[in-house]
Ligand binder design. Structure first.
Ligand SMILES: C[C@@]1(CC(=O)O)C2=NC(=C\c3[nH]c(c(CCC(=O)O)c3CC(=O)O)Cc3[nH]c(c(CC(=O)O)c3CCC(=O)O)/C=C3\N/C(=C\2)[C@@H](CCC(=O)O)[C@]3(C)CC(=O)O)/[C@H]1CCC(=O)O
Ligand SMILES: NC(=O)c1ccc[n+]([C@@H]2O[C@H](COP(=O)([O-])OP(=O)(O)OC[C@H]3O[C@@H](n4cnc5c(N)ncnc54)[C@H](O)[C@@H]3O)[C@@H](O)[C@H]2O)c1
Length: 215
């Protein structure tokens, strides 16, 4: 099956999760920090979902699924332990809705890959359902290579890129600076600080030079 990995920006839309067990709780963890209103529909819920409901971080509606539950949903997740109910969830979702069915992925139009973040760095691994365990294993390997230092490194790259873009440099020079910054030695925070100072100086000098030549 051909699929396209995309990153999703949520802006307050509603996500409805049908089922309140282990897999539903995993989806909740992936979605909790995003700007989506989370609604869980299930007669029973695991302690994690109950606790988040108490803390008003999601809304748990203690009931069995019915198609009306999906009316305002932007994203729907069928995560019950009853394949028939999950099938009904897929069939009841509107055409324009993102649908994930955890036990019959082909009934939906999105899959959840294994995923981790390091600040602005986001790494997702998909096996198209062939082996979620391999995806989990590769995630572990990659998370050791791309360790916690990468959060700060990404902030450094973001800041340095802004400075390089605003400096009075040729296209080729900007490319050279951008390429140098991704070198592993800049994982060292002291190197990052030093480089940002140098880049700020470079931008200032360019501004002074521009003032001289233009006026
Ligand atoms: C990556 C991860 C992300 C997440 O779920 O958050 C994820 N599954 C994880 C774990 C996991 N899942 C399963 C086991 C038991 C071992 C085994 O069965 O192999 C374990 C291991 C464990 O639990 O440790 C069982 C299982 N999974 C699916 C089915 C149905 C089917 O295959 O038809 C069944 C059989 C159900 C049954 O029969 O009972 C289907 C899917 N699982 C996916 C994602 C999507 C494809 C991802 C991909 O391969 O690219 C997809 C298509 C769902 C989707 O559409 O989202 C997460 C790793 C967490 C992490 O990252 O740490
Ligand atoms: N995608 C994955 O990664 C993955 C991994 C493991 C298992 N699974 C599959 O996911 C499914 C769920 O697994 P689980 O471990 O979360 O199960 P679980 O038993 O922990 O939870 C099932 C939940 O579904 C709810 N439910 C049952 N009937 C319902 C209905 N009519 N309306 C609303 N809610 C209803 C229950 O109240 C419960 O909260 C299983 O079918 C399992 O085979 C998928």
């Amino acid at each position: 099956m051909n699929t396209l990995p995309l990153t999703l920006i949520l802006k307050g839309q509603i996500t409805v999760i049908i089922g309140g067990g282990k897999v539903a709780a995993r989806r909740v963890s992936s979605l909790l920090e995003l700007s989506t209103r989370l609604i869980v529909i299930s007669p029973e819920a695991c302690p994690k979902i109950r606790a988040l409901h108490e803390e008003k971080k999601l809304e748990w509606r203690q009931k069995r699924f019915e198609p009306l539950d999906l009316n305002d949903a932007f994203m729907v997740i069928g995560a019950t332990n009853d394949p028939e109910v999950n099938r009904e969830v897929a069939a009841s979702a509107h055409d324009h809705t993102l649908v994930n069915i955890v036990d019959q992925p082909d009934l939906g139009n999105i899959h959840f890959p294994a995923h981790f973040t390091r600040g602005k760095l986001s790494i997702a691994i998909s096996t198209h359902g062939a082996s979620p365990l391999l995806a989990k294993d590769i995630k572990k390997e990659l998370s050791e290579i791309y360790d916690e230092r990468y959060s700060q490194f990404l902030d450094f790259l973001d800041d340095s890129r802004e400075l390089i873009k605003s400096a009075s440099l040729s296209k080729e020079e900007k490319w050279d600076y951008l390429s140098q910054c991704i070198d592993k030695r800049f994982l060292d925070p002291r190197k990052q600080t030093q480089t940002l100072i140098e880049l700020r100086d470079l931008v200032k000098k360019g501004a002074v030079k521009d003032e001289r030549t233009h006026g």
